[in-house]
Design a protein around this ligand. Structure first.
Ligand SMILES: Cc1cc2nc3c(=O)[nH]c(=O)nc-3n(C[C@H](O)[C@H](O)[C@H](O)COP(=O)(O)OP(=O)(O)OC[C@H]3O[C@@H](n4cnc5c(N)ncnc54)[C@H](O)[C@@H]3O)c2cc1C
Length: 364
C-alpha cells in the first residue's frame, strides 16, 4: 500500500516525502507477507519481533525527534499493512514521550537509546478498572519512603502488559489532590512487586492486559515529573501522540478502500464488474473523499503548533478522522470505549472471567 503524499503535500517537508517512500517499501516488503497471529501468545511473540524490525529500520527515530508528521506517515503505512506493528509503534511513542518532555536525564540515558533502537519495549500505564476517561481519579498509590516510592494498585487495558521492558506509570501521591497529586514513574518490568496479572483478549491481535503493583519499590530517580505535574506530563504526551492515532486510522481506511476497489473491479454481476455500476462508483468516490478529508485534518493537526495549541486540533483529528465510521453499529461500539473491543465483555462492559488466561499468571 502506497502512502500517497500528493493530497497532503502542503503539510510536508521534502524529508517527509522521502520517508513516505521508504516506509511504504518497508511495509510492503516486510509486513504485508506476515501471517496474522493465530492467538494471543503468537501475537505477543510477533510484537517483540516487530519491535526489533522497526527499531533496526530506524522508524522510532522520529519519536525521539518529536517529528509528528513523520510519525503520522509511519503509522499510516504500518496501519495499512499490520495493525500489530502500528500498535508496537504507538506504545513506543506513548512510553517514551513522557521522558522526552521531562527533565530527567538519568531516565533518558537509561531507556531512550534502547527504546529507539527497538531493543527495549515501552508501555504506558494510566488506565485503571475505575479510572478510564476520568484518568485524574486513578487510585494506584505512590507512597514516599525515604528516597524511594512504594507503588500499590492495579492497571488495566495496558498495551504490551507482560511483554514490555519498562512501564511509564501514573500513580497518585495524594488522592485528595486529584490531578495535582499524580506523579509519573518509569518502572522496569523486573521490579519486585510488579506483576503481570492477566492478558485481555481483543477481537484483533494486540497484546493487552492487567498489571498490579504490590508494594513495588521504585527509586525516586525514576520519577519524571516535577511535584504535582505528572498528570500534565501524561496529557502533554497524549496531545502529541493523538494526531498519529488518526493517521493509523487513515492507513487502515486506505487499506479498506483498496480492498473494496479491487473487489469491485474483479467481481462480475449482470455481466459486468461491480465497478461499472454508478451506485458502487458513488460509494467508492465517497470513501476516497472522506479519506482525503481525514488525512488533511490529521496532517494539519500534526503540523499545527502554538498558538492554536495541541489539544484542540489533535483531539478533533482522532475523533473525526475514522472515515466511514458513522454507522450506528460503529457509534454503538465507540461509546463503550475499551469494553467494546474485548472478545468477551459482561453486561457491565467489563472483561469476562473467560478473558483470564491462568497460564499467564507468574508465580507469586
Ligand atoms: C485496544 C486498547 C488499548 C489500550 N491501551 C492502553 C494503554 O496502553 N495504556 C492505558 O493507560 N490505557 C489503554 N487503554 C485504555 C483507554 O485509554 C481507555 O479505554 C479509555 O481511557 C476509556 O476508558 P474506558 O474504556 O474505561 O471507558 P469509559 O471511561 O468507561 O467511557 C465509556 C464511554 O463514555 C464516554 N464518556 C466518558 N466520560 C464522558 C463524559 N464526561 N461525557 C461524555 N462521554 C463520556 C467515553 O468517551 C466512552 O465513549 C486501551 C484501550 C484499548 C481499547
Amino acid at each position: 500500500m502506497i502512502v500517497d503524499t500528493a493530497p497532503i503535500r502542503a503539510f510536508l517537508d521534502d524529508k517527509h516525502i522521502k520517508l513516505a517512500g521508504q516506509v511504504t517499501e518497508f511495509a510492503t516488503r516486510l509486513l504485508e507477507p506476515l501471517a496474522e497471529p493465530a492467538d494471543d501468545a503468537t501475537a505477543r511473540q510477533q510484537a517483540r519481533d516487530l519491535l526489533a524490525k522497526l527499531g533496526a529500520a530506524g522508524w522510532f527515530q522520529p519519536i525521539h525527534d518529536q517529528d509528528w508528521r513523520a510519525c503520522c506517515l509511519i503509522r499510516e503505512a504500518l496501519g495499512a499493512s499490520s495493525p500489530l506493528a502500528d500498535a508496537v509503534f504507538a506504545l513506543q511513542a506513548l512510553g517514551v514521550v513522557p521522558m522526552l518532555l521531562s527533565s530527567n536525564d538519568a531516565m533518558r540515558q537509561r531507556w531512550l537509546e534502547p527504546a529507539t533502537a527497538g531493543r527495549a519495549m515501552a508501555s504506558f500505564a494510566m488506565t485503571e478498572p475505575q479510572a478510564g476517561s476520568d484518568a485524574a481519579s486513578l487510585g494506584t498509590k505512590a507512597e514516599r519512603d525515604g528516597d524511594a516510592y512504594v507503588l500499590s494498585g492495579t492497571k488495566t487495558f495496558i498495551s504490551n502488559a507482560g511483554i514490555a521492558d519498562f512501564y511509564t506509570v501514573f500513580a497518585t501521591t495524594d488522592g485528595a489532590k486529584r490531578d495535582k497529586g499524580i506523579a509519573c514513574f518509569v518502572v522496569p518490568a523486573d521490579t519486585p512487586g510488579l506483576r503481570f496479572v492477566r492478558p485481555l483478549l481483543l477481537s484483533s491481535p494486540h497484546p493487552l492486559g492487567e498489571i498490579a503493583f504490590q508494594k513495588a519499590r521504585v527509586p525516586g530517580a525514576c520519577r519524571l515529573d516535577k511535584e504535582g505535574e505528572g498528570f500534565k506530563l501524561g496529557l502533554a504526551t497524549l496531545d502529541r501522540v493523538r494526531a498519529t492515532v488518526g493517521a493509523a486510522a487513515c492507513g487502515m481506511a486506505a487499506r479498506a478502500l483498496s480492498e473494496a476497489l479491487a473487489h469491485a473491479k474483479s467481481r462480475q454481476q449482470f455481466g459486468r464488474p461491480l465497478a461499472d455500476f454508478q451506485l458502487i462508483q458513488e460509494k467508492l468516490a465517497r470513501m476516497a473523499t472522506e479519506l482525503t478529508a481525514a488525512r488533511l485534518l490529521v496532517y494539519r493537526a500534526a503540523w499545527e503548533k502554538e498558538p492554536y495549541g495541541f489539544t484542540k486540533g489533535r483531539r478533533r483529528s482522532s475523533t473525526s478522522s475514522s472515515p466511514g465510521s458513522s454507522s450506528s453499529e460503529d457509534r454503538g461500539n465507540r461509546w463503550r470505549a475499551g469494553g467494546a473491543v474485548l472478545r468477551h465483555i459482561n453486561e457491565r462492559g467489563r472483561p469476562h472471567a473467560r478473558d483470564h488466561d491462568p497460564r499467564a499468571q507468574p508465580p507469586g
